[in-house]
Design a protein around this ligand. Structure first.
Ligand code: PHE
Length: 446
């Protein structure tokens, strides 16, 4: 096991926030959030999601970062170091979840590369939304190309993780996140000024409370975990590289806020245009890829906007996928003494292969599981079951097992530097585990 003092640290405080926000903001906000919102009825889902982000989400993010900074190891190791044997199962669960998520994350990541290239080959010159939807269908039905792009995306992920935490990830986030933000602002302006956009705005922003069912709650919970990278130890790892003098509550608040902001912005681009062109909000996993090109097609030099967007989207996805691979790889590095190069290569390749059924399941070969496509089933299992389960145990662990250490750790800057310490612990001791349990049960029964 490596010496604690040898552990790498983030180059700067901003470096940590950027990297953690980079992990959080990715396909979860721009691909998954709009399509799940579309499927679960719009604004009511958004409201529940927002509430979950700022209650359970933020508390758990702080919990994970505290565990990591104190444990100074990957999730399994940190649990072992702080709590002892049985708790490390929680870390294990996270490694498995990260493995599953990355397997299909690579597939969608590949789509972003494909769409970047398609931008130059006529994607946005189609005049009707039907044709753009058709382009998507043809693309995902072609086994060779979906796998090709998936492999490309995974190769990029492996490349970054291979080169270590400080260097690769930090540099990437610094440039791409602000650029993506500005581009999305421009796209919102285009989308909300399309004729007929207002129907989309009200679908997205005007909640119909009768739509909130157990199923919707579980979907929102899963989305909160997925989008904030929670429940599987990703933030534990990032926290383990965090210097002692950093302010965990304020970093966590910033990361949660940014993730929510980008998600809402993605919704503000997608839903107005979707309704303006009479398309179907419950289109499923292809929603972002079908709707956005329609918006680009309505802009001067649409292909350039499209190319720029998909490049940035690719980088946003990459800064998340690297943190997923980091969860799996760092376990093998810390626990079995594997070299970083070996861990990233071997595990990266295995995960890529494991993702092939997901890649094929979107149109090329009908691979189904429990009445869902393979990709959807894997996603449901990881995001709606494994992640909240991980979160359930992490909150109990912090709230009951190490609450004294946690108090100390969160107030490390000065005595009582975090005025909400009691509330935070209360949420982790009672609110989070109880809510997760209730949502779990009601969601799985409906
Ligand atoms: N939060 C990432 C996204 O939204 C996905 C992710 C989940 C990354 C869990 C790391 C850990 O794209």
């Amino acid at each position: 096991m490596p010496e604690i003092s040898e552990r790498e640290q983030w180059g700067s405080k901003l470096g940590f926030i950027l990297a953690a926000a980079g992990s959080a903001i990715g396909l979860g906000s721009i691909w998954r959030f709009p399509y799940i919102t579309g499927q679960y009825g719009g604004a009511a889902f958004v409201l529940v999601y927002t509430l979950l982000v700022f209650s359970i989400g933020i508390s758990l993010m702080m919990a994970e970062i505290v565990i990591g900074r104190r444990g100074k190891l990957n999730a399994v190791g940190s649990f072992k170091a702080l709590g002892g044997g049985a708790w490390s199962i929680v870390g294990w669960l996270g490694v498995i979840a990260a493995f599953i998520i990355l397997s299909y994350y690579g597939v969608i990541g590949g789509w972003t590369i494909a769409y970047f290239i398609k931008s130059f080959t006529g994607l946005t010159s189609h005049s009707s939304s039907g044709q753009i939807a058709k382009t998507f269908e043809i693309f995902v039905s072609n086994a060779g190309s979906v796998i090709f792009y998936q492999v490309l995306f995974m190769a990029a992920t492996i490349f970054v993780v291979y080169n270590g935490v400080g260097g690769g990830i930090e540099r990437l986030c610094k440039i791409c996140m602000p650029a993506l933000f500005i581009l999305m602002l421009i796209l919102i302006l285009r989308s909300v000024t399309l004729p007929g956009a207002s129907k989309g705005l009200s679908f997205f922003l005007k909640p119909d409370f009768t739509k909130i069912t157990g199923e919707v709650l579980l979907a929102a919970l899963g989305q909160a975990f997925f989008s904030l990278s929670l429940g599987i130890g990703a933030m534990i790892i990032y926290g383990s590289y965090l210097p002692e003098d950093s302010n965990i509550p304020s970093s966590s608040a910033q990361i949660c806020f940014l993730t929510l902001l980008i998600s809402i912005m993605a919704g503000l681009i997608i839903f107005p245009s979707l309704f303006a062109f009479n398309m179907e909000p419950a289109a499923g996993a292809g929603l972002t890829f079908i709707t956005l090109p329609v918006v680009f097609a309505k802009m001067p030099a649409g292909f350039l906007w499209s190319a720029l967007f998909f490049v940035l989207f690719f980088f946003a996805a990459l800064t998340s996928s690297v943190s997923l691979l980091e969860v799996v790889a760092s376990y093998f590095i810390d626990n079995f003494g594997w070299k970083r190069s070996r861990a990233t290569l071997v595990l990266g390749i295995i995960i890529t292969i494991a993702g092939i059924p997901s890649a094929l399941s979107q149109g090329a070969v009908p691979i189904n599981l429990f009445g869902k496509s393979f990709l959807d089933a894997a996603d449901f299992f990881a995001s709606n079951l494994l992640m909240p389960l991980g979160g359930f145990f992490i909150s109990l662990f912090l709230g009951w097992k190490i609450h004294n250490i946690a108090k100390e750790e969160i107030n490390n800057l000065s005595e009582n530097s975090f005025p909400l310490t009691k509330t935070w612990l209360f949420i982790l001791q009672y609110i989070a585990p109880i809510c997760i349990a209730i949502i779990f049960i009601s969601g799985l029964r409906s």
